[in-house]
Design a protein. Structure first.
Ligand code: SAM
Length: 248
């Protein structure tokens, strides 16, 4: 699909593939207890890998960084090399729907803003298989933060991720899938605005200039601009929740 070309052009310009910040990655990591000093980590849907680099800094472990878009993996490894972290990170270009790891392999599975591509429930099940006993699954997931979101919010998520739910509902699925929920917290608004949407707005401006008169390109950028507008107007109603879960 031609529109994906413009979508990827926009996203390869951004520092992150979604909302997040290093302080939250670190906070979530510290909420896990008794993780081995050199853990075996899988980062699902790592994108350009800001959080992968932070995991390498914090953990001293080995991290398989999995994504199905090679330019993201290339960008991650370039940045890892600059910091001397490349020996800790193994890039893997594979779909998360076709992961071929053995069961009981990982001490920690991480996924910021990406597990939903597998479906939350299906993702929990698959990660439970891949984790060692007492291993941790740590993810950010889009959630409703207030009841009865307004129509534009419902409409937006119906297109983006119809399975979005509230925190209580996610907790139920987590327990059902064989995890203890150790902790959870909501990402700050600045991790959406400062780290994700502000750079996106700058890139959209540049790309709209570059692709003047290109209807497909312009409609892709328009969709992203609409996403930003929805967030700015309704950010009390939805957000990303960090869930820190331990395999029981
Ligand atoms: N974790 C990164 C972050 O927070 O910056 C990226 C999050 S971005 C919202 C989602 C990522 O999932 C993208 O890098 C995308 O390429 C990747 N992705 C989407 N579908 C995938 C699939 N089927 N298998 C592997 N990665 C996938």
């Amino acid at each position: 699909m031609e529109d994906m070309k413009y979508f990827y052009e926009l996203y390869t310009k951004l520092p992150r593939g979604g909302p997040g910040d290093n302080a939250s990655t670190r906070k979530a990591y510290k909420l896990m207890k008794n993780v081995p000093s050199n853990p075996n980590i899988l980062d699902i849907g790592c994108g350009p890998g800001i959080q992968t680099l932070e995991l390498a800094r914090i953990s001293k472990g080995k991290i398989i960084a999995l994504d199905n878009y090679q330019p993201f993996l290339d960008k991650l490894m370039q940045n890892a090399k600059k910091e001397g972290l490349n020996h800790q990170i193994i890039p893997k270009n594979q779909s998360m729907l076709e992961m071929d790891f053995d069961d009981n392999t990982f001490d920690v599975i991480w996924s910021e803003g990406a597990l939903y591509f597998m479906g939350f429930q299906n993702g929990l099940k698959k990660c439970n298989q891949l984790l060692r006993e007492n291993g941790y699954l740590v993810v950010t997931e889009a959630v409703y933060l207030l009841p009865d979101p307004p129509q534009p919010v419902l409409q937006f998520w119906e297109q983006e991720y119809p399975d979005i739910s509230d925190i209580d509902n996610r907790n139920k699925l987590i327990e059902k899938a064989g995890f203890n929920l150790i902790s959870h917290f909501t990402l700050s608004k600045s991790s959406w605005i400062d780290n994700f949407y502000n750079p996106m707005e700058i890139s959209i401006r540049e790309l709209k200039e570059k692709y003047q008169g290109n209807q497909i390109g312009l409609s892709v950028f328009e969709t992203s601009q609409n996403e930003i507008a929805i967030y700015k107007q309704y950010s009390d109603y939805f957000g990303y929740e960090f869930f820190i879960m331990q395999k029981t």
